[in-house]
Ligand binder design. Structure first.
Ligand code: NAP
Ligand code: MG
Length: 406
């Protein structure tokens, strides 16, 4: 490849923690910087710097995504009591993902990376299944209460003029539990729009599932909004593209997904998406092969790996050992972000490079070169387990090999 590929607009680069932070810099040095004149606005979301900036750095990074349009994020530690002690934190900071999501709103698309030599646990799956998870409301913004004993619970809404609607939840005869949750028409509408747009962009069918037979107002509202947005804004383009949209009950969807070949998008409410993305990810093989992209209603994008910071491997790394941590999802976060930048800025070369880098990584795996997590799943007769650094080197040699086919 002659000369480095230029970039018109920088990426928002969000560095992170532990083993993924190590992989991050390896990927940058081995596979990106030699080929791309990389321009980024760098934000260090490592826990130490989040603590030192009072978590200001996370908000700054989220604002930068709104300004520049595309970000790439490394996995980060969500602090708990043990991390408070380990890092001597001033506060138990929120999960950076939650902060970024709250700032941008939107939908999280989780896409598995497939490799021919890794067989999904579900025999019929041949193409990726993308989970589109609504990133607002429901139990994640719920309020809960322990009911101590006998008494009555009501749901009350007071409007701006002070008039009230009130319904009974339950007459408790003894102790129990109680929860209130909500969602917003605006957020559901933008969820629906980003799902329809993603389906058009990737030319895949869109399924949406909920439980409107039981939740006749709450879930039904989701179904109605999806139907209306589809009819008014997307039906024609779906027809032209040859893809379809349908709604089905979540239990029906769950059963159908198992018998399917894949190759579609399954839109889920917040909790359903949380659970189903792990189910689908697990069904395809390794969590290290799951990608994630947050798409906001303003069409801003944050790419990342779906897995965490791989703490156990990091502690081995600190002892001076070479680990066999799978860098695929982190690598695909970079290629996803670079490709999107290329598309938005009309830089075809950057988009092509990203594509070629992805194919090179897949080829390495299909040639039997893989990290330990994949070796357990692969039926490749000549498979060879390599360290993360060796794997990236193997990807690089394929990237440079003119015979690599894209
Ligand atoms: P994790 O980092 O995803 O790792 C769980 C286990 O999955 C690992 O111990 C490893 O299994 C396997 N694994 C995950 N990614 C792998 C990879 N790339 N290559 C090979 N194996 C991989 O989850 P966790 O241990 O529950 O969480 C660690 C930290 O990550 C926590 O502090 C959590 O807050 C954070 N986290 C961040 C995000 C995010 O930023 N999006 C998401 C989830 C968790 P073996 O040990 O068996 O090899
Ligand atoms: Mg989950």
């Amino acid at each position: 490849m002659a000369g480095k590929i230029g970039m018109a607009v920088p990426l928002v680069e969000m560095d992170g923690d532990e083993m993924t932070r190590i992989l991050w810099h390896m990927i940058r040095e081995i596979l990106i910087e030699p080929y791309v004149d990389l321009r980024t606005e760098y934000y260090d979301l490592g826990l130490k710097n989040r603590d030192e900036t009072g978590d200001g750095v996370t908000l700054d990074a989220a604002s930068a995504v709104r300004r520049l349009g595309v970000g790439v994020k490394c996995a980060t530690i969500t602090p708990n009591a043990q991390r408070m002690e380990e890092y001597g934190l001033r506060e138990m900071w929120r999960s950076p993902n939650a902060t970024i999501r709250a700032h941008l709103d939107g939908t999280i698309f989780r896409v598995p990376i497939l490799a021919a030599s890794i067989k999904p646990f579900v025999r019929t799956w041949k193409k990726p299944i993308t989970i589109a998870r609504h990133a607002y409301g429901d139990i994640y913004r719920g309020v809960e209460m322990r009911v101590p004993g006998k008494g009555q619970a009501h749901l009350v809404f007071t409007d701006g003029s002070g008039s009230r609607q009130r319904i009974s939840v339950h007459d408790f005869e003894g102790p129990g539990v109680l929860m209130g949750m909500h969602n917003l028409d605006g957020s559901i509408t933008s969820f629906a729009r980003s799902c329809f747009r993603f389906a058009l962009e990737t030319k895949q069918d869109l399924w949406f599932s909920a439980k409107d037979t039981v939740s006749r107002i709450y879930d039904h509202r989701f179904k109605d909004i999806f139907t209306r947005i589809f009819e008014e804004e997307f039906k024609e383009r779906f027809g032209q593209t040859g893809i379809r949209y349908f709604y089905t009950l979540i239990d029906d969807a769950a059963a159908r997904v198992l018998g399917s070949e894949g190759g579609f998008i399954w839109a889920c409410k917040n909790y359903d998406g949380d659970v189903m993305s792990d189910l689908v990810g697990g069904g395809f093989g390794s969590i290290a092969m799951m990608n994630s992209v947050l798409v906001s209603p303003e069409e801003k994008f944050v790419y990342e790996a779906a897995h965490g910071t791989v703490t156990k491997h990091y502690y081995e790394h600190l002892k001076g050992k070479f680990t066999s941590t799978n860098p695929m999802a982190t690598l695909f976060a970079w290629t996803g972000a670079l490709r999107k930048r290329g598309e938005l800025d009309g830089c075809i070369e950057l988009a092509r490079f990203s594509e070629r880098l992805e194919r090179s990584a897949e080829q390495a795996i299909n040639n039997g070169v893989m990290t330990g997590d994949l070796a357990k799943l692969s039926d490749h007769p000549g498979k060879r387990v390599v360290t993360s650094a060796e794997f990236l080197g193997e990807v690089r040699s394929r990237l440079e090999d003119p015979r690599t086919d894209v």
